[in-house]
Design a protein around this ligand. Structure first.
Ligand code: PLP
Length: 464
């Protein structure tokens, strides 16, 4: 398939971008001598940039977002129809697509019943944090305001979300942060030895890692802790899948100390791991679930903070003029978001994309394991559904993290081959060395093989 776009004056677009656009997460100095990358068109799993180069996108829009693939006209049509009918009214009122999407979503989330709309993952997480804080004020005499987050997890870019951020490289130089966010240790079995748990594996390590959360709760005082916020599978921190035993123990601990469990499904939500939500693999019963990226696959900006009827009921005290949730988000009431999300969900159901994700995820994991047999630099392969990672090490026995520059060289080599892959977040050795794969849920066996073939070639060239 060829790109259908016409670019009248690519040079003018590049120069306008170079002169005026500040790209996300990017060091701009190199753009003084090289062109910034501009993406122009997408169809299915493929993307074309402004030079006309075709790419196979193995990271769903760079940040695990475009779950149903590019160029979905029926989503665009639904958004257009809705915008023409009613583009906007504030979220203090309801909307037809907002009502129907909330109902459809809740049908996938037994035990939960209320959807609060916002625009981004960060914002959805802040909503949950604010609900926890208001519950603390209203129902616990101001205690239980502490929110626990985990080392290596990421919950967003605002200052409150960074306060709950376990990725030091993202937080550096942006403090001071909000008080009463407290870190708990991460749970990465491959690096358990770094936590003094080298002798433990599987469920034993999973339980020990969860026990470490309990130790923090006891240190802080259980009556001060309101919520625990975790990613079901840690994304940018290195595609960290939990071992058996971890989640049941986490749930037990939350119940024991009356701590609300907030699962950040901003990446895993809406099919990425082969179930509607990542937590559903582990039998967890959360109090809050936040989601964003795959909710409308990037066709519209929408995020959701979903909670239980019990939490919702706590905000209904009419005797207190301040007792309801006094939060607003201008664009959280936009109708195009839920209109896109409804179509996105329908596509996933009609095309059997959850099943495809499980099948193709198994293939991707199999291919990565096969690569690990031939490339000693692959120390660990992790994943769930179409959300996989390969951790690179320079010494398999010592598990010494591979040098970041060489990890990035593998990403660049794949890019040169026309395959876009990702790598875990930069700068901190031990956490910047995982190659990340999150193709759209429509990926075929050929797509998966092409991705791992590109990695095979790149590893050979970069690591020999
Ligand atoms: N939570 C997780 C797990 C994420 O990976 C991200 C973004 O990558 C966010 C929250 C923040 O989402 P957003 O960038 O939409 O604010």
């Amino acid at each position: 398939m060829n790109a259908s776009f016409q670019i009248n004056d690519p040079r003018a677009a590049i120069e306008a971008d170079r002169a005026h656009v500040w790209h996300h997460m990017v060091q701009h100095k190199p753009f003084e001598s090289a062109d910034p990358r501009i993406m122009v068109e997408g169809r299915g799993m493929k993307l074309w940039d402004i030079t006309g180069k075709e790419h196979l996108d193995a990271v769903s829009g760079g940040v695990w977002t475009v779950n149903v693939g590019y160029g979905r006209e029926r989503i665009a049509d639904a958004v257009r129809d809705q915008l023409v009918r009613l583009n906007y009214f504030a979220g203090s009122a309801g909307s037809i697509p907002g009502a129907h999407f909330a109902q459809a979503l809740i049908a996938k989330m037994p035990g939960l019943s209320r959807v609060y709309y916002a625009n981004s993952g960060s914002e959805a997480n802040e909503k949950a944090f604010k609900m926890v804080r208001q519950i603390a004020h209203k129902h616990h005499g101001g205690r239980k305001s502490k929110i626990l987050y985990r080392d290596r997890d990421y919950h967003g870019t605002t200052l409150a979300c960074l306060s709950a951020g376990g990725q030091k490289e993202r937080n550096a130089q942006y403090g001071p942060f909000a008080p009463d966010f407290v870190e708990v240790p991460h749970c990465l079995e491959y690096r358990a030895f770094e936590q003094g748990h080298g002798d433990l594996s599987g469920a034993d390590y999973g339980r020990a890692a969860a026990d470490a959360i309990e130790a923090v709760i006891l240190r802080e005082g259980p009556d001060t802790v309101g919520a625990l916020c975790l990613e079901p599978v840690t994304a940018g921190g290195g595609v960290i899948t939990p071992p058996e035993g971890y989640w049941p123990r986490v749930q037990e601990i939350c119940r024991k100390y009356d701590i609300l469990l907030h699962i950040d499904e901003v990446v895993c939500g809406i099919g990425r791991t082969g179930t509607w939500f990542g937590y559903q693999h582990y039998g967890v019963e959360p109090d809050f679930v936040t989601m964003a990226k795959g909710v409308a696959s990037g066709y519209a900006a929408i995020s959701c903070c979903v909670t239980t009827e019990a939490v919702f009921e706590m905000f209904k005290d009419e005797s207190d003029p301040l007792g309801h949730f006094r939060d607003i988000s201008t664009f959280g009431g936009c109708t195009s978001g839920p209109a896109a999300a409804l179509e996105n969900m329908a596509i996933i159901e009609e095309e059997g994309l959850l099943e495809n994700t499980s099948r193709m995820g198994t293939r991707l994991m199999g291919n990565l394991h096969a690569l690990a047999e031939r490339h000693a630099v692959i120390g660990d392969v992790r994943g769930k559904g179409l959300f996989c990672g390969a951790e690179l090490v320079s010494d398999r026995d010592a598990r010494t993290p591979a040098d970041e520059k060489r990890v990035q060289a593998v990403v660049a080599d794949c890019m040169a081959q026309g395959v876009i892959i990702g790598a875990s977040n930069r700068s901190v050795p031990g956490y910047n060395n995982t190659l990340c794969f999150s193709p759209a849920l429509i990926a075929t066996a050929d797509d998966i093989d092409r991705i791992t073939d590109a990695v095979d070639g790149a590893l050979g060239r970069v690591f020999g």
